[in-house]
Write a protein that binds this ligand. Structure first.
Ligand code: SF4
Length: 212
């Protein structure tokens, strides 16, 4: 079950007009009428800290954002709860709607089965991106939100090119490279400003071994 706990639309690649054109194209394809200035985007939020700069950028470009917390990759559940609480805090601070997806780590484990020993940035991570972006795409469709993107590209540890390749398989995905223009540094600055929780490992149990 997905629960709702703010809102806005895309941007980047420094070419908002291009993205707007993509959205219009999608709206046209699904037979919806493009009204004056629809600028809504579902923002897959891997964690509050990573979401800070994407939100700042997208809002500055007059987009409407809904945060979507969907991270069944996180382990253990207590860590998931910490990151979720931090996302709730950010949504309240910024008056943005937050949609919380179901936490289903067993399903995620099944999805990456056989890749447990892969290194971070390897094939397991590609499957992990796929899992979360698929859920975001489905939710965007269910909510009739024409576009979605992800905060995952803020991280210096996650190649945007790979995320774009995975995302390109889902309708409505917008390839936004949030690490551009010092996005990662800005996200750290903002997360301090909002007093957000910052984790010391990526998320799954297999990434914990890299922190010891
Ligand atoms: S290391 Fe991070 S991106 Fe890779 S599978 Fe684990 S949680 Fe997902």
């Amino acid at each position: 079950m997905i629960t709702t706990a703010g809102v806005n639309r895309p941007d980047i690649y420094q070419e908002a007009p291009f993205i707007r054109a993509c959205c219009m194209d999608r709206l046209n394809k699904v037979g919806l009428k493009y009204m004056n200035d629809i600028k809504k985007i579902l923002l897959h939020t891997c964690c509050a800290s990573c979401a800070t700069y994407p939100v700042e950028l997208l809002l500055s470009q007059n987009n409407e954002i809904i945060l979507f917390f969907s991270n069944s990759n996180i382990f253990p559940e207590t860590e998931y709860e910490k990151r979720l609480q931090s996302a709730r805090h950010l949504s309240r601070e910024l008056h943005l709607e937050l949609i919380e997806d179901t936490y289903d780590h067993l399903s995620w484990l099944e999805h990456i089965k056989g890749l447990e020993n892969e290194p971070e940035r390897g094939r397991r991570c590609i499957k992990c991106f796929e899992y979360n972006l698929r859920r975001t795409a489905l939710s965007a469709e269910n909510l009739s939100i024409p576009c979605f993107t992800t905060t995952l590209t803020v991280s210096r540890h996650k190649p945007s090119r790979v995320i774009f390749e995975v995302g390109s398989h889902f309708p409505g995905f917008e390839p936004v490279d949030f690490k551009k223009n010092n996005g990662f540094s800005r996200s750290i600055e903002l997360s301090r400003q909002y007093n957000l929780y910052r984790q010391n490992y990526c998320g799954c149990e297999f990434s914990m071994r890299n922190t010891s």
